[in-house]
Design a protein around this ligand. Structure first.
Ligand code: GDP
Length: 179
C-alpha cells in the first residue's frame, strides 16, 4: 500500500477563553504564523485558524483554533463556540489580577456548557511572561487554581514566543494520545 495510507489524521477543536486584552489573538497568531502583531485590534466575531502538526512520523494532527476575539463572557454566541471543544485554554495576563480572578466565571461557563458530558482538556495560560517584573498573580495562586480545578498550568509570552509552540504541542500530543 501507499505510505500515505498508514498516516493517522486527527482533528481537534481548541478554544481560547479569557478577558479582552490578555493576549488570545496574539497567542493564536504567534502559533499559526509565528508573527507578533504589535497593534491591538479588537477582533470582531470569531477568527478560526487551522494548524497542522506532525506529531510522529505516522500521526498528523489538525488543530482548529477558535479565538473568541472581542466577545465578552456575557455574549450569547459564546457557548456555541465553546461547544464541542476538545481543549479549552483559560488565558489571563500575569500583570492583571482581575483577568486571573475572572477565570472563575469562564470556568463556570465551560462547566455549564459541558454539563452531563465529558469535560474538554483544560489548560491554564498565564500570558505575558516577558512582563514578569509587573506580575500581580503569584505562582502559587496560578498553581492552586489549576490543581483545584483539574486544569494543566502553563506560562507563555505571545510577544517573545516563549513557550507558545511547546504548550500547543503538548496539548496536541495529549489529545492525540501521543506521549
Ligand atoms: P485579546 O483581546 O485577548 O485577543 O488580546 P490581544 O492579543 O489583542 O493583545 C492585547 C494587547 O496585549 C496587545 O497590545 C498585545 O500586543 C499585547 N500582548 C499580547 N500578548 C503579549 C505578551 O505576551 N507580552 C506583552 N508584553 N504584550 C502582549
Amino acid at each position: 500500500s501507499e505510505p500515505e495510507d498508514e498516516i493517522e489524521h486527527l482533528n481537534f477543536k481548541v478554544v481560547l477563553l479569557g478577558d479582552g486584552a490578555v493576549g488570545k489573538t496574539s497567542i493564536v497568531s504567534r502559533f499559526t504564523e509565528d508573527d507578533f502583531a504589535k497593534n491591538y485590534k479588537q477582533t470582531i466575531g470569531v477568527d478560526f485558524f487551522i494548524k497542522r502538526l506532525q506529531l510522529t512520523p505516522t500521526t498528523e494532527c489538525a488543530l482548529s483554533i477558535w479565538d473568541i476575539g472581542g466577545q465578552t463572557i456575557g455574549s450569547k454566541m459564546i457557548t456555541k463556540y465553546i461547544y464541542g471543544a476538545n481543549a479549552v485554554l483559560f488565558c489571563y495576563d500575569i500583570t492583571s489580577y482581575q483577568t486571573f480572578q475572572n477565570l472563575e466565571d469562564w470556568l463556570m461557563l465551560v462547566r455549564r456548557t459541558f454539563q452531563g458530558e465529558p469535560m474538554p482538556f483544560m489548560v491554564l495560560v498565564g500570558n505575558k511572561t516577558d512582563l514578569s517584573h509587573l506580575r500581580t498573580v503569584k505562582l502559587d495562586k496560578h498553581n492552586k487554581f489549576a490543581a483545584d480545578n483539574g486544569i494543566h498550568p502553563f506560562f507563555m509570552s505571545a510577544k517573545t514566543g516563549d513557550n507558545v509552540h511547546a504548550t500547543m504541542f503538548r496539548i496536541a500530543a495529549h489529545l492525540s494520545g501521543v506521549t
